[in-house]
Design a protein around this ligand. Structure first.
Ligand SMILES: Nc1ncnc2c1ncn2[C@@H]1O[C@H](COP(=O)(O)OP(=O)(O)O)[C@@H](O)[C@H]1O
Ligand SMILES: [Mg+2]
Length: 324
């Protein structure tokens, strides 16, 4: 079976997730390469380990960069900390005013609070960066590589976290509003209210795209091993709570060769796990990827993986020739 439906014009955002080391980065890049044949594609890594640069053997970083050796593929590594500091510096005055008008903190306390990290806010900012890209509309497809499961889940649940924060801020504002109205009889919404409203819109925008399975698809990556299967189960359960329902699952590192005792043993050891994945996820299309003898590094190796994921169509064949 091959990955299907990703070329659908409505589908904008494709997110890969799963346990550490199962092949998310490799599959995300191979998918982005395949899509970039026909679509202007942006590969976005939210993994702080910068593995996209390592796998592509090209320096990417926190700036949209054309991937050398490809026609229409660009990439960016979104660093959550940096996304957060960009947000704080862009909205410094609104955040300061929110705290000044709503609390009894002095200036030094407020400066300290602004430098403190709010749990989860960095992931929120990563996702906001992704949504901003989608809304700018410079690309047709956005392929996201995430760090291991916990991170992907935080990313997916980020709108909820931001919503909680906005609620607290709105309560603080409400008290301020009440006070001003009591003193002066009326209240004019200011830049802090506008800022909170725009954040609320961000939450809605993120939720709307995550829950719209014509626009967004989450592809879990798993391997035929006990721990990975357990973690995939937890991942899919949590995803379901956010309304994100996958359609297909990649099972990577499947042993094909029986050429030696080692391979035979590995292969037969995988059989019960493959059966378990097939049984448990019978509703999902299962895309098996063989274990290669070499690691997947550089465009040539990524193209081999891409052929496993998408089959060898005419287009794939052209690209195969280009990389071979
Ligand atoms: N099908 C495969 N065959 C051989 N090596 C693979 C395969 N898929 C991934 N790898 C290798 O496994 C390691 C982990 O893959 P990676 O894509 O970085 O996983 P993740 O992003 O889930 O941590 C990398 O060294 C990669 O080259
Ligand atoms: Mg990775």
């Amino acid at each position: 079976m091959a990955l299907t439906g990703l070329e659908n014009n409505d589908l904008k955002l494709i997110i890969f997730g799963g346990k550490g080391g199962v092949g998310k980065t490799s599959c995300a890049i191979a998918t982005a390469l395949a899509l970039s044949e026909n679509f202007k594609t942006l590969l976005i890594s939210t993994d702080p380990a910068h593995s996209v640069s390592d796998c592509l053997e090209q320096q990417i970083g926190f700036k949209v960069t054309k991937v050398a050796g490809t026609g229409n593929l660009s990439a960016i590594e979104v660093v959550a900390d940096e996304a957060l500091s960009v947000f704080i510096s862009e909205h410094q005055s609104e955040l300061k005013k929110l705290l000044e008008t709503s609390t009894n903190l002095d200036n030094q306390d407020i400066d300290e609070m602004l430098t403190l990290s709010i749990p989860g806010i960095d992931e929120v900012m990563s996702f906001k960066t992704i949504i901003d890209f989608i809304e700018e509309g410079q690309f047709d497809k956005y392929v996201v590589d995430t760090a291991p499961t916990g991170h992907a889940l935080r990313l997916i649940s980020s709108p909820k976290m931001l919503d909680e924060w906005i609620k607290v801020a709105a309560r603080m504002r409400w008290k301020y509003r009440y006070m001003i109205t009591s003193f002066s009889g009326s209240y004019q919404p200011d830049e802090v209210d506008t800022f909170l409203l725009s954040l609320k819109k961000t939450v809605k925008r993120i939720e709307n795209i995550l829950q719209d399975n014509t626009k967004c698809e989450f592809i879990p990556v798993c391997i035929p091993e006990a721990m990975a299967i357990l973690e995939t189960g937890r991942l899919l359960e949590e995803l379901g709570k956010s309304g994100t329902i996958p359609k297909q699952i990649i099972v990577n590192n499947v042993m094909v060769s029986e050429g030696c005792d080692f391979c035979k043993t590995r292969k037969s050891g995988q059989l019960p796990y493959l059966k378990e994945i097939r049984d448990v996820y019978s509703g999902l299309t299962m895309v098996e990827v063989q274990m290669f003898a070499e690691e997947i590094k550089g465009l040539h190796a990524l193209n081999r993986l891409r052929i496993c994921l998408f089959g060898t169509s005419q287009n794939n064949q052209n690209t195969k020739n280009q990389y071979n």
